[in-house]
Design a protein around this ligand. Structure first.
Ligand SMILES: Cc1ncc(COP(=O)(O)O)c(C=O)c1O
Length: 422
């Protein structure tokens, strides 16, 4: 059965789209910095808080219910990432989880060890590994970014891995230029030497289907606030590795996975919201099981966003004085587009566009090595990120405003008026 993508129905699921700014509807084009929340996610959080919350392991209903809600969210997250529920751990965010995991793994490293990081990655999948390696006197190897193709140099990856390598940290998709890396191929090279692979799927998870096993990821991380949910980090760690992982934890806390990585009391209402966000994605797909519905939902999202991103890239390429930073045709990409315009700084473009109701980001977005390699560290780039709720009219309006905005004087801050949805 062919399913058409009903953009109007999708938009109704995002209450934040009712916001206006300067009398115009707010257009959210900073999804890579954090998407808007879907109604089922907001509802699940409210439900949890209104029904009476509790901590775990109690002998009373709100404690049982909390355990049940966490178990359901774990099961749904496992279905989302192609993992087992006992491989899923929640945490404050991806960065904090990665610091915890890197500290635990590096207990086994020494001065003969080597780790591999890449120039294309967000620094959250770089610095925790580098700092853990430094603590153990281990060697750090960087994989080069090809600054013209905006892809990783595959030969460099192969050369970086050897019998001393302990871990390769690689991103599935770049949060600044959208390049999707062939992580399954990287894992194949790493596993040939028995090396662990840590995959940052934070930017990929809202845009393309993810499968921990198919990617060969021993560790996979993502963040629910990028996929229409609340600020909660999610890690999927291969069962055997997780069971033997010597995490830093307090003595009375469980010593079994996944609970042992979940230090302190978790964000229960947020985790309830993770399940709600995944219910939203599943509602866009078909299938018998949650995994099938989530995969099909993500395939529909990718197809819709990819067509829209193609139009955005083409329109930006035709805009005088604009230069876009994007991998060539044929390289899989998320709908995230970076650009610069001659004679106007990224910050000024964003300010002018915000006055017109278009909310977009500028800077390096912690993918600071990428902008450094592009020679743009000082001001960074403008980043436009599409989401499942972005309409074609919004993209056309954005390009139109951008083109006319170059010739206008910016509106005074004092004239601005923002109306939050009631
Ligand atoms: C690709 C990528 N990795 C990691 C992170 C860090 O995620 P968190 O904010 O959950 O720590 C981000 C956040 O922007 C990201 O885009």
């Amino acid at each position: 059965m062919e399913r058409t993508y009903d953009i109007e129905a999708v938009r109704k699921e995002f209450p934040a789209l009712d916001r206006t700014h300067n009398g115009r509807p707010a257009v959210y084009l900073d999804g890579p910095g954090g998407s808007q929340m879907a109604r089922p996610s907001i509802a699940a959080m409210l439900r949890y808080m209104e029904a009476g919350g509790a901590n775990l392991h109690g002998a009373f209903p709100t404690s049982f219910e909390t355990e049940e809600i966490l178990a359901e969210a774990r099961e749904a997250s496992a279905a989302f990432l192609g993992a087992r529920p006992d491989e899923i751990a929640f945490g404050a965010n991806m960065t904090t989880l990665t610091y915890g995991i890197s500290r635990a793994l590096s207990r086994e490293w020494n001065s003969n060890s080597e780790i591999v990081v890449t120039e294309l990655d967000h620094r959250a999948n770089v610095d925790p590994w580098i700092q853990a390696a430094e603590d153990r006197g281990a060697k750090i190897r960087w994989v080069r970014l090809d600054p013209d193709a905006l892809t990783l140099d595959e030969e460099d990856i192969e050369n970086a891995i050897n019998e001393n390598t302990k871990l390769v940290a690689v991103g599935l998709a770049s949060n600044i230029v959208g390049t999707v890396t062939d992580v399954a191929r990287v894992s194949e090279m790493a596993h040939a030497f028995g090396v662990l692979v840590a995959v940052d799927a934070v930017h990929a998870a809202p845009h393309i289907p993810v499968d921990r096993v198919a990617l060969g990821a021993d560790i996979l991380t993502c963040s629910a606030y990028k996929f229409f949910g609340p600020h909660v980090g999610v890690a999927a760690i291969k069962g055997e590795l997780f069971e033997n992982l010597g995490v830093y934890k307090v003595e009375p806390a469980p010593n079994y996975s996944p609970d042992k990585l979940e230090t302190g009391t978790q964000n229960h209402e947020g985790i309830a919201g993770v399940k709600g966000a995944l219910d939203f994605i599943a509602s866009l797909g078909d299938g018998e099981t949650m995994r099938e519905r989530l995969l099909s939902g993500m395939e529909n999202i990718e197809e819709y966003e990819d067509a829209l991103a193609g139009k955005l890239r083409a329109a930006l390429r035709e805009t005088p004085s604009v230069k876009i930073y994007s991998a060539p045709e044929g390289v899989r990409k998320t709908p995230t587009v970076a650009f610069r315009a001659e004679g106007i700084s990224p910050r000024e473009i964003c300010e002018r566009m915000a006055a017109e109701g278009y909310f977009i980001g500028d800077g390096h977005f912690y993918a600071s090595t990428v902008v450094e390699r592009l020679g743009l560290r000082e001001e960074g780039v403008v980043r436009v990120g599409l989401a499942p709720y972005t309409s074609e009219e919004e993209v056309e309006g954005f390009v139109g405003s951008l083109r006319s905005g170059f010739s206008q004087e910016p509106r005074a801050k004092s004239q601005e008026r923002s109306e939050r949805p009631s």
